[in-house]
Design a protein around this ligand. Structure first.
Ligand code: IPE
Ligand code: IPE
Ligand code: MG
Length: 234
């Protein structure tokens, strides 16, 4: 462990919460049970991140590609999300957690949109953990949406710095650490622009089994990494 990395807490952690379906299947249960347990694991991760002083936590909850799943599963996931928000809003406020949703909002069903906008508004003054839930999100869609805004404004002078201003949340720093559960070693169209120099951590653990201990393991792994950003160590 490098001394300068000891106790270093990443400012922004992003998580691809994967493996809910397999968790349920392993127990002979329908996939939706996995999503229910997955919501509990998300709550644990949120509280842990807020307790240890992570500033930004981005959770991948539903990708634009996930619409291709059976309708009952999609409906269940959205129902769970609405229930979760209604249930936990007061606890988010108590913990001073600021909640925002990342993704294409315009194509979300009306009741979902109302629920998420209400939660965003209610927590907008909170100054603790910045919780970002990626919903109907895809990295390529975000980049294309940024390009559309640039074209519409007729901007020709474009740089890496000003391009960032057209992403969904320009104020959010790039993730320092990306965690993906369930053993899949891929990005699945998540935060393509922002992950350029993020440390990647993959674990076999299925999302519903991801607890504080597993989160700590990921943080220890992060602390043992040497981030060079293209430079060399002198
Ligand atoms: C992640 O778990 C949750 C969502 C994508 C909504 P999965 O539902 O992808 O679970 P597996 O990968 O099929 O096990
Ligand atoms: C990525 O998981 C999306 C979310 C966790 C919301 P998927 O299960 O959809 O990813 P693939 O299909 O295995 O790449
Ligand atoms: Mg999956």
């Amino acid at each position: 462990m490098k001394p300068e990395n000891l106790y270093k807490i990443p400012k922004h952690v992003a998580i691809i919460m994967d493996g809910n379906g397999r968790w349920a299947k392993k127990r002979g249960l329908p996939r939706v049970f996995g999503h229910k347990e997955g919501a509990k694991a998300a709550e644990k991760a949120i509280n842990f991140a807020s307790d240890i002083g992570i500033e930004y936590l981005t959770l991948f909850a539903f990708s634009t590609e996930n619409w291709a799943r059976p309708e009952e599963e999609v409906n269940f996931i959205f129902k769970l999300l609405v229930e979760y928000i209604n249930d936990k809003l007061s606890s988010l406020l108590e913990r001073n957690i600021n909640l925002r949703f990342l993704g294409r909002k315009d194509s979300l069903p009306e009741n979902i949109l109302l629920t998420i906008e209400h939660a965003e508004k209610e927590t907008s003054k909170c100054t603790g953990l910045n919780l970002i839930v990626a919903l109907n999100y895809s990295g390529r869609a975000e980049i294309v949406d940024a390009v559309k805004k640039i074209v519409n404004k007729g901007i020709l002078d474009i740089s890496e710095e000003n391009f960032r201003n057209f992403l969904y949340f320009p104020d959010v720093p790039d993730p320092d650490l990306l965690i993906r559960t369930s053993g899949e070693i891929r990005i699945s169209n998540f935060l393509l622009w922002q992950l350029a120099y993020t440390e990647l951590y993959f674990t076999e653990v299925l999302w519903p089994d991801f607890d504080e201990r597993e989160f700590l393991k990921a943080l220890y792994a992060f602390q043992s990494r040497e981030r060079r950003f293209g430079r060399i160590k002198l």
